[in-house]
Structures are given as structure tokens and as C-alpha cells.
Design a binder for this molecule. Structure first.
Ligand code: ZN
Length: 401
């Protein structure tokens, strides 16, 4: 559908929310060039809350609304193209668009000075104030996902050429990134100090937003990485805009079943069900020498299963290199969900810390209201000869990434 027509249609119904805005006239030339071949994105039912949060003693950095709008709209296109390439349709995260074509960025001024909201634990005080703001302005909360951007500190350590000092990570449905004076899409891909700086912080912005939209770390298979570059949710925050950076099918499947990507008209109450899925049957085996085979039958509410193969240690933030595989999904005659995947050992070539044959298989199960549950199966390849089944133990399932 033509985007202008779509905008007009949505306006006619009293909505000012579109996900593929026409390029505003006041955007800078470089942004217009980068957005010129935008794909038409499906409109979304929910939008990410984009918040610019400053301490009581600070003001936003100049021109933040235009700069961040250009960066967000380009990123929305990037996610949309990766979703389309992975067979998930022209779908991306929803943004609320203002009449002037900029993204609606909610400015919240903190009650305390900026150092109160510093990297490490400052996000707690910030989120408390963000939540209070939304309690007072419920109509401005457009989803359960918030993306909080804070301006860099300026002190003996931090400045516009070495920004930092503020929270920069994802936490559940919230994520944090930063702003600085040169955070401008005109530097994208330029081999200059500002260009290299932009890749670091825009790549980080794209990666942290991924966490805030439900994505765990993951690596691609050896053959995907050879063909496509670096996954955004691996070390793509260091390559974005400079070298080929892609999203895995496993990542896109999670997004496709998440709140911010739900199409207009969706009535799903996202993340509302705390009931863990039931596993009716599970088998994990080594087929021949070279392939692991996972087969599952699960309760019907499971709509997506990803398998991640990790090397030790099996802990948070040591999972960047977990190789992701999206399962083939199906339905059993009894209505249960089936999931099946072949894992060629040659595709795990980038796992660097395998000691002996020690690995773990993480099974991520996503339900029809977007929640994710995990079951971790440690195993040792040395104890798994060809054509034998691997003991999966009793399922221990937890909710989260
Ligand atoms: Zn990360």
C-alpha cells in the first residue's frame, strides 16, 4: 500500500500513528538519502515509548528531536528489512509519529541532578520516575516497552568525543542508550572520528533496543556469518553502519511474536500469562557423527522455539556466541505444538570455549502472548557417540530471556 495513502487513511480514522512516515522536509539531506528507498512497513498496534530523560540540572543536547528521529526511523527500516529477509513480512517496531514527521520523544526531567542517574544503578531511580510519569499520563504510554535515552555526562572523563556515564543496557522490557552532540546519522559509515564513534554508539543503540524488544544475545551459524557478516545481537554493536550486520532468523521470530511488532487490530494481552509451557515429549540425539537433532512436543500455546548452543560458562553476558537455530514448527494431531531442528556440528565452528565436548543447549519457548521460557540442557559431546540419544534430564524451565 502506498505510504501517503496509508497515512491519509490512518489520519482519516483519527490516528496519527504510522510506522513508515513520509520523510519530513526538515530532515537533513543525508537522512533523506538514507530513507529514500524505505520499504512500506505494516502498521503496528503498539509503539515503543521513546523517552529522553535528563537530570534536573541538564537540558537535552541541541537538535535531539530531529537527530534521534532520523536515527530511529533508519533503524526501524533496518529492523523491517531484516524481518522481511527472514520471511517475517515488512514488519518493524512501532513508533509514534508526530504531525511534523518526527518520532514522538517524551522528554522527562528528573527530580534529581544528572549524576543520580549514572551507569550501574541509576536506571532504578530513572525507571521509578518514568513509571510515575506514565501513571500521571497514561494516554502517553503506548506499550510495555520503553527506550530511555540520556545525554552523556560532561566531566573529566566524558564529553562529546568520549560519551558515557549513563545507563547503557537492556533490562526486561526497558533499555537504555545515550545521546551526544555528534550522534547524527550524517556520520554513518564515514571513516572519520565521528563516523567510528557513531558506529559504536548507534550500533549499541540498535543492540540495546533489541534487548528492550525481547532479544537475547546470539550468534549466527558459521555459514550465515560467512555470508551475512555479524549478528546485531552478537557483536553487531561494533559493526553496525560500517560492516555487514544482520539479524538472525531466531531473533526475528522472537520479534514477530512480541508486543511492539503486533499488527494493527491485535487484541493479544502480551506477557500476561505466567504459566510455563508443558513438555509432552523431548528427544535430543546425535545423528551420525555430524548432526544433533532436537525434537519436541509442547503445549499448544507455544508458537516459536529457538535452540541456542553455547560453550561454557553458561551465564549472562557470556552468551554472545550462542549459535542460534530456529526450529521448524508444526502441529500434532492432538493440537500440541511440535518443534524440530537439525544442528550440524560444523555450524558451531565459532564456539571458542568448548572444553572437551562440554556444551549446553538452551531451548527458548515463546508463547502466543510473547512470553519466553527457557530450558537449559547441559551435555558433553564426548559422551554422545554417533547415532545415540543424549540425556536431557528433567526439564527445569524459567521465564525470561
Ligand atoms: Zn547485549
Amino acid at each position: 500500500m502506498n505510504r501517503c495513502f496509508l497515512s491519509a487513511l490512518l489520519c482519516a480514522f483519527g490516528m496519527n500513528v504510522v510506522t513508515a512516515a513520509d520523510i519530513p522536509a526538515h530532515f537533513q539531506q543525508r537522512a533523506k538519502e538514507l530513507l529514500a528507498d524505505s520499504i512500506a512497513l505494516e502498521p503496528c498496534e503498539h509503539q515503543v515509548n521513546v523517552i529522553y530523560f535528563v537530570g534536573s540540572d541538564r537540558e537535552p543536547i541541541a537538535d535531539y528531536e530531529r537527530r534521534l528521529s532520523e536515527l530511529l526511523l533508519y533503524l526501524q527500516q533496518y529492523y523491517g528489512r531484516e524481518m522481511a529477509r527472514n520471511g517475517q513480512g515488512n514488519r518493524s517496531f512501532g513508533l509514534t509519529i508526530k504531525e511534523n514527521g518526527e518520532v514522538n520523544i517524551i522528554l522527562i526531567k528528573g527530580k534529581e541532578v544528572h549524576t543520580h542517574y549514572a551507569y550501574g544503578s541509576g536506571h532504578n531511580a530513572c525507571l521509578e520516575e518514568v513509571n510515575r510519569y506514565f501513571d500521571e499520563h497514561p494516554e502517553l504510554r503506548t506499550s510495555q516497552h520503553s527506550f530511555v535515552i540520556m545525554p552523556t555526562h560532561y566531566d573529566e572523563q566524558y564529553n562529546d568525543l568520549n560519551p558515557g556515564g549513563v545507563p547503557f543496557y537492556g533490562l526486561g522490557t526497558n533499555c537504555f542508550a545515550l545521546d551526544y552532540a555528534h550522534f547524527d546519522i550524517k556520520h554513518l559509515g564515514q571513516n572519520t572520528k565521528e563516523g567510528r564513534l557513531l558506529t559504536k554508539w548507534y550500533g549499541g543503540f540498535a543492540h540495546e533496543l533489541g534487548h528492550g524488544l525481547n532479544l537475547p544475545h546470539n550468534d549466527g551459524t558459521a555459514s550465515q556469518n560467512a555470508a551475512l557478516g555479524t549478528p546485531l545481537m552478537e557483536a553487531g554493536n561494533y559493526t553496525f553502519g560500517f560492516k555487514p550486520t544482520y539479524m538472525t532468523l531466531a531473533s526475528c521470530r522472537i520479534l514477530a511474536n512480541s508486543e511492539i511488532f503486533a499488527p494493527v487490530g491485535s487484541t493479544i494481552k502480551f506477557y500476561s500469562n505466567n504459566q510455563e509451557p508443558t513438555i509432552s515429549s523431548a528427544s535430543f540425539s546425535r545423528s551420525g557423527e555430524d548432526t544433533l537433532v532436537l525434537k519436541l512436543e509442547l503445549s499448544p500455546e507455544v508458537v516459536n522455539v529457538n535452540a541456542y548452543v553455547q560453550d561454557p560458562p553458561f551465564i549472562v553476558n557470556r552468551d554472545y556466541d550462542a549459535v542460534a537455530f530456529a526450529c521448524d514448527m508444526g502441529k500434532a494431531a492432538n493440537g500440541n505444538t511440535t518443534a524440530e531442528v537439525n544442528i550440524p556440528l560444523a555450524e558451531l565452528a565459532e564456539l571458542k570455549n568448548v572444553k572437551g565436548g562440554e556444551m549446553a543447549l538452551d531451548i527458548l519457548m515463546q508463547t502466543n502472548e510473547g512470553s519466553r521460557f527457557r530450558w537449559r540442557v547441559p551435555f558433553d559431546l564426548n559422551n554422545a557417540p554417533a547415532d545415540s540419544s543424549i540425556d536431557m534430564g528433567k526439564p527445569v524451565i524459567w521465564r525470561g530471556y
